[in-house]
Write a protein of this length. Structure first.
Length: 195
């Protein structure tokens, strides 16, 4: 399979149902995509807090602590929502997850996902590997549609999602406020065609 930057990606080994090792050849970077464990949380925390403090990709103002992240992780486990990580050289360099789009029962087949990569590992095809795993898992779980809520200034994320087959479903004007300005949010959607 190819990633958006035309790096040659091969999938040489399936470790178990949700653990794959990929080699990104142009980067000479072995990447394992697997289900997150509690020991991955410090690396995930770093990725989240860096995103909060440096970008409008996450509309939170304040960083989170390990206790908050553990509660988030445990909620995902209780509700059987996936949390996948990309790891290389014993470092988690990205994660992807989803949860039900809204709490009411009528949304049970719709999910909103999140995907973030470590700032030093962006543009290396890791996001595509994570999303491929997340989409495959959603199909297994009979999810009907995936929703991405993206800051409209994040044109890289919008383009990334388009390459994965997401289509723009709408935009909310000035729905967020961060770094002293109002922010628009773009909604994108991938139909998984599950009954």
């Amino acid at each position: 399979m190819k990633n958006p930057k035309n790096h040659c990606i091969i999938k040489p080994l399936k470790l178990n149902k949700h653990s794959n090792v990929y080699i990104i050849m142009s980067q000479h970077l072995p990447v394992e995509i697997r289900t997150a464990t509690i020991s991955d949380l410090p690396d995930i925390l770093y990725i989240i807090n860096h995103t909060i403090t440096t970008s409008s990709s996450d509309y939170r103002y304040d960083t989170i602590n390990m206790e908050e992240l553990e509660r988030w992780y445990n909620r995902h486990k209780i509700h059987e929502n996936p949390v996948f990580v990309a790891a290389t050289n014993n470092l988690v360099v990205g994660y992807a997850t989803y949860s039900q789009f809204r709490e009411r029962i009528g949304f049970q087949y719709s999910v909103e996902h999140s995907i973030y990569c470590h700032h030093d590992y962006q543009g290396k095809g890791i996001g595509r590997l994570l999303m491929n795993e997340l989409i495959a898992y959603a199909k297994e779980q009979k999810i009907h549609t995936m929703v991405a809520c993206i800051d409209s200034d994040n044109t890289n994320s919008i383009a990334f999602h388009k390459k994965l087959g997401f289509q723009q479903a709408g935009q909310m004007k000035e729905i967020g406020y961060k770094f002293g300005r109002y922010l628009d949010m773009t909604f994108m959607q991938l139909m998984l065609n599950n009954n």
